[in-house]
Design a protein around this ligand. Structure first.
Ligand code: SF4
Length: 402
């Protein structure tokens, strides 16, 4: 499919909306009351720190809702207002946050059912409204919804669209897109649907494997087994790694994306020489500012003397997991939770480990004076962060600050 031509024709269709419906002011007030927090405002104004009793809360200087997420949530609220009686679907979680997704259900925005790992679009009928989430949707899903004559409300973050434009450029120049991401993350699924030839590398280790293959060759079967789910149909490592371009899932660790880009650049330079580099390597900066700011703020926060960290964000949120990784790498005791309900009675906490498993830890809040570092992923409303801070104060016998 000519994905570029399809996108262009979709964008000219009267059923396609990507700019809201003029209810911004009304919705902004509603979002403010549902998701904002006075306490967080107070802590921000106090140099991101607050001490009550024995507990000092140290907040990261950039955390929580990014503008892409805020925009997507606002558009979803506007959609409900604009189409008060129509059936509204969303192709995936609007963002990776359980409380926001719960609000979508309460507004009767339905999620496309998933059966055995496959989305069942048969529930969607002509004239229904379908919202595409902040991290986008695959071109095949868009095409299907367009053919069904649905009204499409596209909340895809412009940063994600920028990556899609990048892989389109790779395709045009016959470069294979090397996508730094997780092959099963919705954003990367969408990005790869716009790419021509592509290979998804999850981390430095996989990038090292691929660059070694480019330089020295290797076992083709082993290569294909390793990347079976992470490459385009018909991909051949002996043919398709001669010209490569770099793209990324916007929520990966910024330093890692940059390092992977450099590794491929050096590899192509070594193999083909500096004069031929442009014929074999392309790179555009597609690292999202918001992801970068949150990671940089986390790196600053972990320089403080902290007794423990709480990282708040959806368990399937890639950018939150990366914040947790930073704490773990620094050897800081850190708990990744997605809501205040994970903090259980009796000083115990249910939290997600980096391997994805849930673990319950007892006596997680030490006695005496403590400094607790707090951050949250780009999909987490301030209200959720406030709830967690209030809970910590409550557990330490400190009266509510409200
Ligand atoms: S993290 Fe970046 S790319 Fe993702 S929604 Fe937010 S602004 Fe957009």
């Amino acid at each position: 499919m000519d994905t570029k031509a399809f996108k262009r024709s979709l964008q000219h269709s009267e059923n396609y909306h990507r700019k809201g419906f003029g209810h911004q002011v009304e919705v902004a007030t509603q979002l403010q009351s549902e998701y904002q927090s006075n306490l967080i405002g107070e802590i921000r104004n106090n140099n991101y720190s607050l001490t009550r009793g024995n507990v000092t809360i140290q907040l990261a200087q950039a955390f929580g809702f990014c503008w892409g997420v805020e925009r997507a949530v606002a558009m979803a609220y506007e959609t409900r207002k604009h189409f008060p009686t129509e059936r509204i679907w969303i192709t995936n979680e609007i963002i990776h946050n359980p409380s926001v997704n719960q609000r979508m259900r309460e507004m009767d925005v339905k999620f496309i059912p998933v059966d055995a790992g496959k989305k069942d679009f048969s529930v969607v009928e002509t004239g229904d409204v379908v919202i595409l989430p902040a991290f986008g949707a695959s071109v095949q899903e868009m095409q299907l919804l367009h053919e069904k004559n649905c009204k499409i409300v596209d909340t895809t973050c412009p940063w994600v669209s920028k990556v899609w434009n990048t892989v389109e450029k790779h395709k045009k120049g016959d470069y294979t897109s090397i996508i730094h991401g997780k092959y099963n993350h919705e954003e990367t699924v969408a990005t790869s649907s716009f790419a021509g030839k592509y290979l998804i590398v999850r981390n430095i280790e996989q990038a090292e494997y691929v660059t070694a293959y480019i330089l020295n060759g290797g076992n083709r079967d082993e290569f294909m087994a390793k990347f079976a789910k992470a490459c385009s149909t018909g991909f051949d490592p002996d043919q398709d790694l001669v010209r490569v371009g770099i793209a990324n899932q916007t929520t990966m660790l910024k330093g890692e994306t940059e390092q992977i880009g450099k590794m491929f650049e050096h590899t192509m330079m070594k193999k083909y020489g500096p004069l031929e580099l442009n014929q074999h390597f392309q790179s555009f900066n597609t690292i999202c500012d918001a992801t970068q700011e949150r990671q940089d703020a986390m790196l600053n926060l972990v320089e403080h003397p902290l007794d423990l960290m709480v990282v708040i964000g959806g368990f399937n949120s890639s950018n939150t997991t990366h914040l947790q990784e930073i704490a773990v790498e620094r050897g800081i005791t850190s708990y990744h939770i997605d809501s205040v309900e994970r903090i259980k009675p009796g000083n115990s906490i249910e939290h997600r480990q980096l391997n994805g498993e849930l673990q319950v830890t007892d006596n997680w809040l030490p006695e005496g004076k403590i400094v607790v570092g707090i951050t949250s992923g780009a999909s987490t409303p301030d209200k959720v962060v406030e709830d967690v801070i209030e809970k910590i104060f409550e557990l330490q016998g400190i009266a509510s600050v409200a």
